[in-house]
Design a binder for this molecule. Structure first.
Ligand code: GLC
Length: 666
């Protein structure tokens, strides 16, 4: 049951997929205080879940958050906003459970027991719709909410393979080295990502011919080897005379404009750049159609980046700072002035005052970017998805984005941005998964091994052991950090085994994903969602339920020989050294200390469930889903599996099979 309340005249975000009429009389658990905040008293046992991409816990109590899409690669606990705006929370506890979605194009502030530990306060800074979602359980509330926001994006099946990325692959030879490195080490690989260096001077939809003389031939050659190339597309379009996309966009008025109606120029990768006005349906259609240039090269997937949109500097602000620097030249600068200059440099990037200086032409009139800032990434991704739909309506493309808003989950997935090679970020990766799923984002993953800073072999091993369960499984790192491809490390055998386990799990992962997407379920759930009456389960922040009946409990600390795992009920422990070498042991409910060496992956299966395993293969297309081995826990009669190559949308209508499951091996 969902009730909608309208406050003012909100800008339509596009988050909701089905219109429902607003109620006349407000009737929610919240109270409105004098500051215009929605408040709710929290009992000690109440948990607050949600907010998608955010720092800290699965239970969000004890901190404050703000949806304000932001590109800042230093992701520490002090952050209150990351790259996405996911304004949905689920309150579960003493008085039952309900969800609240603040559908607002502008910022929403969530104070979840930060100012007052016993109170939840939410405030939207602009007009909004509030949806109150009721259900008997958290799982049901999420299901209802997901009906409201529409079906989640389903990528092609090959996108469940493993992908290797790095900002720093400069040319075709580098790409071939990665493909060969994996092949020679007998490790599977489905995707190699092309970061900004494939472009000609960072110009969207161009290819640098010196570095990639024949991208089409390279893409075809790679595809023969089972590998797809996935280029990046940035939000900023280079300002350059003679660059057709820039010139066309200017002529048609398709870039965001300043108050004088001129394209608003900022500095991003290409230097002077302009943003496509993706909130203008015509401009969106035009920008989306440009993806065709790369589709024609044989490309079948993209990652959209820098679409908060990220600004290194605006021309105006930079000019002011440069003036200050110039005026200091040759003088003995007072310390205050020096710090003033440093401070001014610090305000150049992503300055909200700059976001207020440009405008969108929307069907609802001209609006300041600032008031719809959180929608940009969502609409950029929508541009691509709408074009794919028009160009090849039945084909599934891989598409994911850095910035997002609820609603974008219908068009693509997300990766969680510029994390670092820190153990805390491995755990954060785990904690974000259920929160993202609640908000409709199912095709999700983090940069495995960490994007910034140097990884270590043990961190990459442990992180890969978590990554084998995430739908988007991509190892990505930044310039000037230690090379991070699995084949570069000493213990190749364990990396090979881990990736083998991933591929053995693909038929299951894919089936669980599609079932979650089509049924409005979460693929990753906090333990408390599956065991609502278990008080202990509510406090578990480092284990997750995955799909039907599986539980994961990764090791996320350096030099740990194992970890404590809490089992809410008797479960089967599966201890894998490889996809074919594993032990199954029934464990009783309660706490267990388990030794988990770097060479082993341990997970758990609830009774009454079965897990199909394929023979590992070098890529997803080569998997033989007719030859399955089964791990069975208790009495499981059948397993619902999605079969097929997973390339078309229509295939899904006939791809569900009920497979008979063999008896449990005792
Ligand atoms: C941004 C992206 C990162 C990418 C880099 C260069 O930082 O988040 O993934 O590698 O830009 O394109």
């Amino acid at each position: 049951m969902i009730r909608k309340y309208r406050y003012g005249n909100p800008f339509p975000t596009g988050a909701v997929a089905c219109e429902i009429a607003a109620e006349k009389k407000e009737q929610t658990a919240f109270r409105l205080n004098a500051e215009g905040e929605f408040t709710l008293a929290l009992a000690p046992e109440d948990c607050v879940y949600g907010l998608g991409e955010a720092v800290r816990g699965i239970n969000k109590r004890g901190w404050h958050y703000e949806s304000c899409n932001e590109d800042d690669p230093i992701i520490t606990e002090k952050r209150i906003a990351l790259y996405g705006a996911h304004n949905f929370i689920v309150v579960a506890g003493k008085k039952g459970v309900f969800g609240a979605f603040f559908d607002c194009a502008d910022r929403v502030l969530f104070d979840i027991g930060y100012t007052d530990p016993d109170e939840l306060r939410v405030k939207a800074v602009a007009d909004f719709d509030l949806y109150i979602v009721e259900g008997k359980s958290a799982v049901e509330v999420v299901r209802e909410f997901r009906k409201l926001i529409g079906d989640s994006y389903i990528p092609p099946k090959w996108a469940f393979g493993f992908g290797q990325s790095r900002w720093g692959y400069r040319c075709e030879a580098d790409i071939r080295e990665v493909a060969d490195g994996y092949a020679e080490s007998d490790m599977p690989l489905d995707m190699i990502y092309l970061d900004i260096d494939y472009m000609d001077h960072y110009k969207d939809f161009t290819v640098n011919k010196e570095r990639y003389p024949d991208l089409k031939a390279l893409a075809a050659d790679m595809k023969k080897r089972g590998i797809r190339l996935i280029p990046i597309i940035d939000a900023g379009v280079k300002v350059e005379k003679g660059y057709d996309i820039y010139e066309e966009g200017v002529e048609k008025g398709y870039f965001c404009k300043d108050a004088e109606g001129e394209p608003y120029v900022v500095g991003v990768w290409p230097g002077d750049s302009v943003f496509p006005d993706v909130l203008n349906p015509e401009a969106r259609k035009w920008f989306g159609s440009k993806y065709r240039i790369l589709l024609d090269e044989g490309i079948e997937g993209f990652w959209n980046d820098m679409n908060e949109p990220s600004i290194f500097y605006s021309k105006k602000r930079l000019a002011g700072v440069l003036e200050k620097v110039a005026s200091a030249r040759g003088r003995n600068m007072p310390l205050e002035e020096y710090h003033g200059i440093l401070g001014a440099i610090g305000t150049l990037a992503n300055n909200r005052a700059d976001y207020a200086e440009f405008f969108h032409d929307t069907p609802n009139g001209t609006v300041s970017h600032l008031s719809v800032h959180n929608l940009f990434g969502c609409y950029m991704t929508r541009a691509a998805a709408e074009y794919f739909e028009e160009y090849q309506p039945d084909k599934r493309y891989l598409l994911f984005s850095r910035s997002s808003h609820i609603g974008m989950h219908r068009y693509g997935g997300i990766w969680t941005g510029d994390n670092a090679s820190w153990w805390t970020h491995l755990l954060l990766n785990l904690k974000m998964l259920p929160s993202l799923n609640m908000c409709g984002f199912l095709y999700v993953g983090a940069d495995i091994g960490g994007f910034g800073d140097n990884t270590s072999e043990d961190l990459l091993l442990r992180w890969t052991a978590l990554g084998i369960f995430t739908p988007l499984m991509r190892n990505h790192s930044t310039l000037d950090t230690r090379m991070q491809e699995c084949f570069r490390f000493k213990d190749k055998k364990t990396f090979r085994n881990l990736l083998g386990i991933r591929y053995a799990l693909v038929p299951w992962l894919y089936s669980e994903f599609v079932k979650s997407a089509t049924r409005g379920d979460m693929m990753f759930r906090p333990l408390a969602f599956d065991f609502p009456n278990d008080r202990r389960a509510r406090t578990v922040e480092d284990q997750l339920m995955v799909g039907e009946g599986l539980m994961i409990a990764p090791v996320y600390e350096q030099n740990a020989a194992g970890r404590y795992v809490y089992l809410p009920e008797e479960m089967k422990m599966i201890r894998m050294r490889s996809a074919t070498d594993y032990e199954e042991t029934m464990l009783s409910a309660g706490d267990h200390y388990l030794e988990i060496p770097l060479t082993e992956t341990v997970f758990f299966l609830r009774k009454g469930h079965a897990l199909p395993l394929a023979e590992p293969a070098k890529c997803v297309d080569a998997l033989d889903e007719t030859k399955l081995r089964w791990i069975v826990s208790g009495n499981a009669a059948e397993y619902e599996m999605y079969v097929g190559n997973g390339e078309s949308k229509s295939e899904l209508k006939t791809a569900l099979r009920k497979l008979k499951v063999p008896q449990e091996k005792k």
